[in-house]
Ligand binder design. Structure first.
Ligand code: ADP
Length: 448
């Protein structure tokens, strides 16, 4: 009898998971909220279960209800996707204790890596350098805090150990702002993540964001699938991602790749994961590890031909799967543009009804999305509508192919980030790959 997977998510990643399940002959159950009755994924899954009202805290984040849905549908495993409960170690544990295989690493690995201070201390043992800073819980005494900051030097960044999604960070440029910023960061961390522990990192002024994709089988075998560059960001949120990262010191990169794989082997890492780094002056500084599939996974799939979602399912469900680094070959360059329901100038969210649209296609173009003509984009969730991915022989060709795809693409009825991408892909600094994580906000938007 074929196994059944409950997909504990919504939007494009649910559709992505359904497609992978179908290829593997697995049955699917989609959950949805009352605000999501029109989701495309519900038409393609074998079954669907409403798990509560539109408010995500009462539906997609409601672990007991999701577990009941898995129970009543006779599901074998739970696919978390990204966001929502994907990195919630106690949810992973509850799934496994309730007899549903959580598709991802062990709850202990999620817990350790989800705490940034702990994650930094683990990776350091494998020769992976974190951003220099104070990687412990800060003392209460203000004089001591000021002393620690002086030793690191300004500017520095106050970060929440439980932080995520680009939230819970404060840049501090001088000692005058320090104590106040620490207090605000602690309060925000407590409100946002239920944990007020913050730590200090040196603020790296002009880095690129480079990340490494890894896959482990949970039995001590692990491989890497190379790099992605996600330096086009606004408010720490990625808008364009590419694979592989270009213009990187090869010797340093090979070293980091080797260390990341060794770490995953040693941890018996199960499933897919991403180690995120800042890269400046030919040095890699570890930021965090995400123990789940990432939004930008398609660019890696396009340059390697390796299906990351199918790998997640195969590994979790014990289907045949061998991980050999020598089987992974990299070909060409891939770029992903995130089309969000936000206007292209101020990035203000703009949910509403899509009255007319056309999706791009053609050689080397991939389109991952849950939206359709007549779909009403609900205001309750992440604003991402679609991911357009181009693959070509070189970065320059991938940019041209993407521009051609963006010319074909249109959405009417709501504002989207479509035009932003059209402008960015024609930008000289972007084309020359000279941008850093600050470029979009500090230069590109100011000159627009
Ligand atoms: P999150 O888990 O919220 O995504 P990260 O630690 O991954 O947080 O950081 C997200 C983004 O914040 C990075 O891509 C970068 O833009 C910025 N950032 C984080 N730490 C630093 C730092 N020490 N120096 C400069 N920028 C940073």
């Amino acid at each position: 009898m074929s196994k059944k997977v409950l997909i504990a998510n919504r939007g494009e990643i649910s559709l992505r998971a359904i497609r992978a399940c179908k290829e593997l002959g697995l049955k699917t159950v989609c959950i949805y909220s009352e605000g999501d009755k029109e989701l495309k994924s519900l038409r393609f899954s074998d079954e669907s279960v409403c798990v509560g009202p539109a408010d995500p805290t009462k539906s997609y984040l409601d672990a007991p209800t999701i577990l009941s849905a898995a129970d009543v549908t006779g599901s074998d495993a739970i696919y978390p996707g990204y966001g929502f409960l994907a990195e919630d170690h106690s949810f992973a544990e509850q799934c496994n204790l309730s007899g549903f295989k959580f598709i991802g690493p062990s709850s202990e690995t999620i817990r350790q890596m989800g705490d940034k201070i702990t994650a930094k201390s683990i990776v350091t043992k494998y020769g992976i350098d974190g951003v220099p800073g104070f990687d412990n819980e800060l003392p209460d005494n203000e004089q001591e805090i000021l002393k620690i900051a002086d030793e690191i030097g300004y500017p520095l960044i106050v970060k929440a150990t439980a932080g995520g999604g680009g939230r819970g960070m404060k840049i501090v440029r001088s000692s005058k702002e320090l104590i106040n910023s620490v207090q605000i960061a602690k309060q925000e961390a407590l409100n946002g993540f239920g944990n007020d522990i913050v730590y200090f990192e040196k603020f790296i002024e002009n880095p690129r964001h480079i990340e490494i994709q890894v896959v482990g089988d949970g039995k001590g075998n692990a491989i890497h699938l190379g790099t992605r560059d996600c330096s086009i960001q606004r408010r720490h949120q990625k808008l364009i991602e590419e694979a592989p990262a270009r213009d990187v010191n090869k010797k340093k990169l090979d070293e980091v790749l080797k260390n990341c794989v060794n770490l995953c082997k040693d941890l018996n890492y199960e499933g897919v994961g991403t180690l995120e780094f800042l890269y400046e002056k030919e040095c890699f500084y570890f930021l965090e590890m995400n123990t789940r599939i990432q939004v930008e996974h398609p660019v890696t799939e396009m340059v390697t031909g390796f299906d990351l979602v199918k790998a997640q399912l195969r590994i979790a469900l014990g289907l045949p799967m061998t991980l050999n680094q020598s089987d992974i070959n990299f070909r060409g360059h891939a770029i992903e543009c995130r089309i969000n329901a936000e206007d292209s100038v101020n990035f203000i969210p703009n949910p509403g009804k899509i009255t007319r649209m056309h999706i791009p296609g053609g050689f080397g173009i991939r389109y991952d999305s849950h939206i359709y003509n007549g779909y009403e984009v609900p205001p309750y969730y992440d604003s991402m509508l679609a991911k357009i991915i181009s693959l070509a022989g070189s970065r320059k060709s991938a940019i041209k192919r993407m521009l051609s795809a963006l010319d074909e693409f249109f959405i009417e009825g709501i504002q989207t980030t479509h035009q932003f991408h059209q402008k960015m892909l024609k930008d000289e600094k972007f084309i020359k790959n000279q941008h850093t994580i600050n470029y979009l906000e500090n230069e590109f938007l100011k000159n627009a």
